[in-house]
Design a protein around this ligand. Structure first.
Ligand code: COA
Length: 259
């Protein structure tokens, strides 16, 4: 499939998806958002066990939604605009295979929201994060008010969104917005290393862990625990579980078949 603003490649069973509009700091125009949706529906069926999302070039991950497309938005089209982006980011958050954001530069507005929708966030030392929509008389519309406030301290999320303050990757790490920070030159290598570490595990357990953790975001603990027990049971009926425990007892590495 041909994409205009996205390139993707496979490294073994890891897909590296690059937003490719470096001349516009990888800003997400409508075309790119729709391509992102397409690429994830494609990857769902591919022999791919993990996805890394990053930006082309060394300056930006994604510098936000494309502001040049904001001109004619009104109440109705603005809502549609937000819902369209939310739909795509929900697909990413709900993806059954691990999605790692390798934030290689500016992650502003929709870029920060794209990182927030990913399962794991790694950043380069030069990365910058912000929800600067307030400077445009807007609020985040691709999930930022919800996911940022759930991921980090509520008051800090409020401060970042109300002030539009830009923070560097050290501060993003300090507040728990990113898991790890690496020199720019190591970022992709480390993201791949993490992806491959995860893909070396039994993929049934990986999938069910993602499902269970995702559920914890907006459901009460009692319901989450019920689901966890159900999914734990589902793992126990897999060949991978039998192989994993057998390998431990036989003091060898497990050979998971993802069954
Ligand atoms: N939408 C559309 N175009 C964007 C963009 C966005 N979100 N972010 C950057 N660009 C474009 C610029 O307009 C410029 O295009 P041009 O060369 O045709 O004029 C190009 O990308 C390079 O950006 P520029 O502003 O010249 O780079 P800079 O290094 O001086 O500044 C930023 C970098 C990120 C600080 C600045 O581009 C910026 O503030 N971008 C908008 C961020 C934002 O508000 N995002 C949230 C949107 S809701």
């Amino acid at each position: 499939m041909e994409f205009e603003n996205i390139v993707f490649e496979l490294d073994d069973n890891v897909a590296i998806v690059r937003i490719n509009r470096p001349e516009k700091l990888n800003a997400l125009n409508l075309q790119t958002i729709m391509e992102l949706k397409k690429v994830f529906s494609l990857l769902k069926h591919e022999e791919v066990s993990a996805v890394i999302i990053t930006g082309m070039g060394e300056k930006a991950f994604v510098a936000g939604a494309d502001i040049s497309e904001f001109k004619n938005l009104d109440a109705e089209s603005g809502k549609e605009f937000a819902l369209r982006g939310q739909e795509v980011f929900n697909i990413i958050e709900g993806f059954e295979k691990p999605v790692i954001a390798a934030v290689n530069g500016y992650a502003l507005g929709g870029g920060c929201e794209l990182a927030l929708a990913s399962h794991i966030r790694l950043a380069s030392e030069n990365a910058k994060f912000a929800q600067p929509e307030i400077n445009l008389g807007l609020i985040p519309g691709y999930g930022g008010t919800q996911r940022l406030a759930r991921l980090i301290n509520h008051g800090r999320a409020m401060e970042l969104i109300l002030s539009g303050e830009q923070i560097d990757s050290a501060e993003a790490y300090r507040i728990g917005l990113v898991n790890k920070v690496y020199p720019q030159s190591d970022l992709l290598k480390m993201a791949l290393e993490l992806a491959k570490k995860i893909t070396s595990k039994g993929q049934i357990a990986v999938k069910l862990a993602i499902k269970s953790i995702a559920f914890s975001k907006d459901k009460p603990l009692s319901e989450g625990l019920k689901l966890e027990a159900e999914l734990f049971g589902e793992c126990c009926s897999s060949e991978d579980f039998k192989e994993g425990t057998r390998a431990f007892l036989e003091k060898r590495k497990p050979e998971f078949k993802n069954k």
